[in-house]
Every structure is written in C-alpha cells, then in structure tokens.
Ligand binder design. Structure first.
Ligand code: FE2
Length: 423
C-alpha cells in the first residue's frame, strides 16, 4: 500500500494529469491513472505539484532578531554588520536555537525543503555555530539544513577568525565561506579567497563566499574565486553569493569575467530582495539596482539560484520565507519577463538551488525523495504571480504542513459568491 497518492497534478514542466505515488519516503511512480491503494490521497485537481523550494543563501543565526538590541536606522549593509556585532555580544545559544527553530517552522509551512545558512565564525565562543549545529540535528527529519562557516568580519581582518573558522569546520559545519570585499584591501581579499579555497580543497568541502557585495565596479574577488576554483580543481563545488559589483562593472571586463566563471563552473547566488534594498545606497539618481547580471550568467551556462538571505534581522526588516516572493523580485529586477524567463525564475528557487546545494534525490522522478509541494496555482508563472498558497507540504511521503486555499467571499449582487484567485 502507498503512503500517499497525489492525483491529477500539473508538473513544473507543463505535464498535466499526472499522478504521483509515494511509498517508503520515495516517489515510486509518476504517471497518469495510478489506482493503487494509499493511506492518504490528495486530489490536486490540476494544480501545480513541485519539488520543494530551496533557499541557497540564508543567515539563520540572525533571523527573527529584528530590533535587538536596536534598529538599523540607515538601512545600510555596513550599519547592519555593526548592529550584528552588538547582537553577537549578547545573544545566547538558547536564544539562537529558539529563533532558528521558529524560522524553520515558518520555512516548512512555506514549502521550503532545504536551506543553506551561513553561520558567523567571528566569535571566540562560536555561539552561532553551536546553536545551528544543534538546530541542524533537531530539524533533519523535516528540513535539510546545510551550514557555511562564515567569517563575517573578514577571515584576515579579524584576528581569530581563521582559527575559529577552522574550529567550526572541525565541529561539523559543511561548507567554507568568506567575505573578501570586507577585508582591508583588494589584495587581502584575494589572499582570503586563496586561503579559504585551499582549506576547502584539503577537506573536500564546497565553498560559498559572499563575494563582491558592493557597488564597486573595480571589485575583482569573483575573478579570484573563479581562478582559485580552477587552480585547485574545485569546479562545480564553488558558489559566489551576491556578486552585486558585477552590476556596475565595465561591459568589456564582464565579457571576459563571465567566460572565466563558466570555465570554473561557478555557482551564482543572487539575493534579490536584499540586493535591491541594500545596493545603490551611495547613488543619487540614476540609482543602481545592484542585482548581478542574472540573464547573462544564465545564458553563459552558469547555474543561478536565488536566495532569500535575511528575514527580520539587522539587515532587513521584512521577508516571510516566501521563495516565490524572492523569485518575483529577481524576475522584476532582472527584467526576466518572457514566458520562458519567468518559468526559469521558478527553477531558480527550486531545481537550480538544489543543484547548488548538492542535494541528492531531489526532483520529480521515480526514485527521488517524496518531498513535494502542492500549490494553489496552475503553473510556475501563476505560482510566482500569486505567491501561491502552499496547500500541502510533503516530506518523505507524509504531509507535514497544510494551509487552506485562499478564497475571498464576495457580497456584490450578481457576482459569484466566492473567488479563488488562482482561477
Ligand atoms: Fe548573506
């Protein structure tokens, strides 16, 4: 007997009228007309059924801390970093665990199945690392949490950051992070990229660096990251997060840079909500948007996944774990408005980000993990347009979150009584 049978699903690739059978935590069949008995049957009635949303860039040690100890008045990245420094001094392991678990609940309800979270290693007590390692274990049955050792204050700029980053990796943090644009000089930034990539190569780990998160057209750290990736044979295992300086770079230089990035199989993680909010702050008008060159990077064959970065923390007061909102912002800022481009934006918060995180068994095929989301929308474009309700969130063939369909009751005479926004 099946654990779950989903009837009449539409898949992200446009296939309609498909049934999905789930048993022992995996998809055992995906085809029309499955009639096997199941412990639970869901009739999707033609709605979109997708593998879960994947958030490839987040800061779970800071989330839901808004206002503690104070607000970011300027709204800038640099005041956010200063404010985070104040919060780090006072927050406890217990407090971070409690906030992170609360966020994971929200994320699951919004159909997120995996999160890559950076965790600050510039802290001699490694408070965030202790907390998030505990959280990774606590949530593993319902959410995949991958942790990046992130020396927020600069691995060379901060005296004990290198030692603490290595300690964090020894404790079980999964990925090597960095922030070369926050080092004191361009050459220190380059040196930080070299040393951190070497650590990853020695340990067989992936790399994900906050890279060139500025409006500086002369920032060159992504070039260093691509170069080190090739030198150390790390192709396909290295991601550059943000890359906002590419927005402002000279077009000739970018044409050379993108080719180098493609050769290095670099992964690219823009964070549209945060990039549009934080970049261009030194501009009057015209004011730069600050999102990296998503279309050009994608067209060069690079894998691009959108991240959410922040929810209610020192950098960003808003956010609600809605990867469709992230996709919508990336779509607008990148002017990705053709039908094919909009469908690609859905991939950027699902399959592309799963590939970036190296998730195994992700997808909609026989043998994949039975991790699914049923959305109140007929297709990926409509899902983005509507920020569609996550009707059912399924993990290993079990429903772990449900949200009632969004409907409005109308009271105008002559109009239908109820309105389903997805029809
Ligand atoms: Fe970040």
């Amino acid at each position: 007997m099946l654990d779950l049978l989903i009837k009449h699903a539409t898949l992200p690739d446009g296939t309609t009228g498909t049934d999905i059978a789930c048993a022992n935590g995996t998809i055992t069949a995906i085809e029309p007309g499955i009639t096997a008995e199941a412990a639970r049957t869901i009739d999707a009635t033609g709605r979109l059924v997708s593998p879960p949303f994947i958030d490839p860039h987040f800061h779970m040690d800071a989330t839901l801390s808004l206002g503690r100890p104070r607000m970011n008045e300027s709204g800038t990245l640099l005041e956010g970093i200063a404010l985070w420094g104040e919060l780090k001094e006072i927050q406890t392991v217990e407090e971070i665990v409690e906030r992170a678990l609360a966020y994971c609940d929200i994320a699951v309800s919004m159909g997120i199945g995996a999160i890559r979270s950076h965790v600050d290693t510039c802290d001699d007590r490694l408070t965030g690392v202790q907390a998030l390692l505990e959280v990774r274990e606590k949530v593993k049955d319902y959410l995949d949490l991958q942790l990046v050792a992130f020396p927020q204050d600069g691995v060379l700029r901060d005296k004990t950051a290198m030692e603490n980053t290595i300690r964090a990796l020894d404790m079980g943090v999964d990925v090597v992070g960095g922030i070369p644009h926050f080092e004191r000089t361009m050459s220190d930034g380059t040196e930080s990229v070299r040393r951190l990539c070497e650590i990853a190569a020695e340990r067989g780990l992936m790399v994900d660096m906050h890279c060139d998160e500025s409006d500086d057209p002369h920032s060159r750290h992504v070039e260093a990251l691509a170069y080190e990736t090739q030198r150390l044979g790390l192709q396909g295992r290295v991601a550059g997060s943000h890359l906002t300086s590419m927005h402002s770079m000279d077009n000739y230089y970018v044409s050379k840079l993108i080719a180098l990035m493609a050769e290095s199989e670099l992964r690219v993680i823009p964070n549209p909500l945060i990039n549009i909010m934080l970049q261009g702050r030194h501009d009057t008008y015209p004011k730069r948007r600050g999102q990296t060159r998503v279309r050009e990077l994608r067209d060069a064959g690079l894998t691009v996944g959108f991240g959410s970065d922040c929810v209610k923390d020192p950098w960003y007061s808003l956010g609600c774990a809605d990867m469709l909102d992230v996709a919508a912002m990336g779509l607008h800022v990148g002017q990705l408005s053709s039908r094919a481009d909009m469908r690609w934006c859905f991939d950027a918060v699902t399959v592309n980000s799963a590939e970036i995180m190296g998730l195994e068994g992700y997808g909609l095929a026989k043998g994949c993990k039975a991790n699914l989301v049923v959305l109140q929308a007929p297709d990926p474009i409509e899902a983005i347009r509507l920020r569609a309700t996550r009707l059912f969130v399924i993990r290993r063939g079990k429903v772990i979150a449900e949200t009632p369909a969004s409907t409005a009751r109308l009271a105008m005479s002559g109009r239908p009584e109820t309105l389903d926004p997805s029809t």
